[in-house]
Design a protein around this ligand. Structure first.
Ligand SMILES: Cc1cc2nc3c(=O)[nH]c(=O)nc-3n(C[C@H](O)[C@H](O)[C@H](O)COP(=O)(O)OP(=O)(O)OC[C@H]3O[C@@H](n4cnc5c(N)ncnc54)[C@H](O)[C@@H]3O)c2cc1C
Ligand SMILES: NC(=O)c1ccc[n+]([C@@H]2O[C@H](COP(=O)([O-])OP(=O)(O)OC[C@H]3O[C@@H](n4cnc5c(N)ncnc54)[C@H](OP(=O)(O)O)[C@@H]3O)[C@@H](O)[C@H]2O)c1
Length: 419
């Protein structure tokens, strides 16, 4: 097959065993495996009553030179737990021991003190801090509630962070800080461990786009997680859940999980329809699920993926799998945009622009267009590039392109899963 110039052709030398993901394709999964039910969960497990899932694989996808730590996770599911590509999995994290100990030390408690949890069950203060209270990134609400404990005697520095007039200042203060920083800077306010239930929010589950097809991996769910680590105000910090998955979710260990349906992000019902998938970074997750699903259920529709990351040598997530999908014909077009491989940044939308004529041709053939990943900038820039490609393709005005896109949205041919 002759590939267009900007299509990445992965050579044998380009293969890097470091990135090799254990082939977990079930022996029972074949190209003729039946399609799973279109949607609907039969699971009895919820965020309040999660399933205790065993971790089967926990593997770093990015190379040691990478600025990012992105991990591939495979977890086991019970018979009857079902999901559809496009869904998410909720993971219920715990706070790391260092964070719990930091709070105990700052408040001068041992952790053995007894408190009542949100359901009025008696537990130790240490368990409350580990499993129930959001002691990670500091919320503005927690600052306000903390100040309320002072009555009339709010310390001057804390007072400056309160009220609508001081919103910007409070946001600046909370950025990069955790609860421990607040109680260290303004000590002596907590007089009983139970008060923390009024100050702090609950520790909530985090959602992750599912990166697998259950038809290909029965009783499994896969995810791709970017681990959040940063150094602020003189301390090493990490995201609660991504840090939990990176450091405290070893193979054989367990994590509480539940499945979360997302009917707004679905493969076309018409299995012959072409599909265009724009997935930079961890945004690639649902498209791995889509490709697996289309491959294992023998769907005939064409597939085009545009993947972006920082550097090809260290950040090419699922490189081997993309190569295999290209070779097997599941993936008809594949472009990469490695932003930092050259002087000038190149993003997924640049590949769309370079291939605008082909993009419009696919749309005219009835292609479904999907975007996943960063909501703040990428999703908007991709939409702009899509509108430009449409306007160019039909030689029309921006308004006419917008109408075309609106019609696509109505027909569910433009779907986004951005966060
Ligand atoms: C539908 C959906 C699907 C998602 N899919 C995925 C996915 O497939 N993969 C994935 O990795 N994530 C995904 N996410 C994001 C994921 O849910 C979590 O939000 C993410 O993993 C962070 O959670 P955490 O507990 O590790 O970090 P938290 O403890 O929640 O901390 C994150 C916060 O840390 C702060 N922070 C981060 N970096 C810095 C910094 N440099 N300096 C100062 N503060 C900083 C910010 O306030 C940020 O919001 C998805 C989210 C949604 C809603
Ligand atoms: N809630 C959280 O704290 C949390 C946790 C994990 C992930 N996320 C979010 O999840 C998304 C994915 O994160 P990720 O690290 O996997 O990937 P990412 O940050 O989206 O980066 C993937 C690629 O997209 C590029 N990029 C940057 N700006 C872009 C733009 N405007 N348009 C198109 N591409 C752009 C990046 O280039 P450069 O980096 O070279 O500019 C990189 O090459 C991001 O929104 C990230 O913030 C959030």
């Amino acid at each position: 097959m002759v590939l267009p110039p900007s299509v990445t052709k992965i050579t044998e030398e380009g293969r890097n065993p470091r990135f090799r993901i254990k082939d977990t394709m079930s022996e029972t999964a074949t190209a003729t495996a039946p399609a799973p039910a279109a949607s609907g969960h039969t699971s009895k497990y919820t965020r309040n009553a999660p399933y205790t899932s065993r971790v089967l694989v926990n593997q770093r996808l990015t190379g040691p030179e990478s600025e990012k730590e992105t991990i591939h996770i495979e977890m086991e599911l019970e018979d009857g737990m079902h999901y559809t590509p496009g869904d998410a999995v909720g993971i219920i994290p715990t706070n790391r021991i260092e964070a719990v100990e930091g709070v105990l030390k700052a408040l001068n408690y041992t952790g053995d003190e007894r408190v009542l949890d949100h359901y009025k069950n008696e537990i130790s203060f240490e368990e409350a801090l580990t499993r129930h209270l959001a002691i990670g990134k500091l919320a503005r609400g927690a600052v306000n509630q903390y100040a309320k404990l002072c009555g009339e005697n709010v310390p001057a520095g804390l007072k400056e962070l309160l009220g609508a007039d001081n919103k910007a200042k409070a946001e600046e203060y909370t950025w990069g800080r955790e609860f421990v920083d607040l109680i260290t800077e303004f000590p002596g306010i907590i007089t009983a461990p139970q008060q923390l239930f009024n100050v702090l929010q609950r520790l909530t589950p985090r959602m992750y786009s599912i990166a697998s097809s259950i038809a290909m991996h029965p009783n499994q769910v896969h995810t791709v997680i970017r681990v959040i680590r940063y150094n602020t105000h003189g301390a090493e910090r990490q995201g609660v859940c991504s840090g939990n998955m990176a450091e405290r979710a070893p193979v054989g260990g367990t994590m509480p999980v539940f499945l979360h349906e997302n009917n707004a992000f679905r493969l076309p019902e018409n299995t012959d329809a072409p599909v265009i998938m724009i997935g930079p970074g961890t945004g690639i997750a649902p498209f791995r699920a889509f490709l697996e699903e289309r491959a294992v259920t023998g769907q005939k529709g064409k597939n085009w993926v545009i993947f972006g990351e920082q550097r090809s040598v260290s950040d090419f997530l699922y490189k081997d799998e993309f190569e295999e999908w290209q070779q097997s014909g599941v993936l008809n077009l594949f472009h990469t945009a490695f932003s930092r491989d050259q002087q000038k940044k190149v993003y997924v939308q640049d590949r769309m622009t370079e291939n605008a004529a082909e993009l419009y041709k696919w749309l005219e053939e009835g292609a479904y267009f999907y975007v996943c990943g960063d909501a703040s900038r990428m999703a908007k820039d991709v939409e702009t590039a899509l509108l430009d490609a449409i306007a160019k393709g039909q030689d029309s005005t921006p308004e006419a392109a917008q109408e075309y896109l609106t019609a696509m949205k109505k027909a569910k041919r433009y779907q986004r899963d951005v966060y």
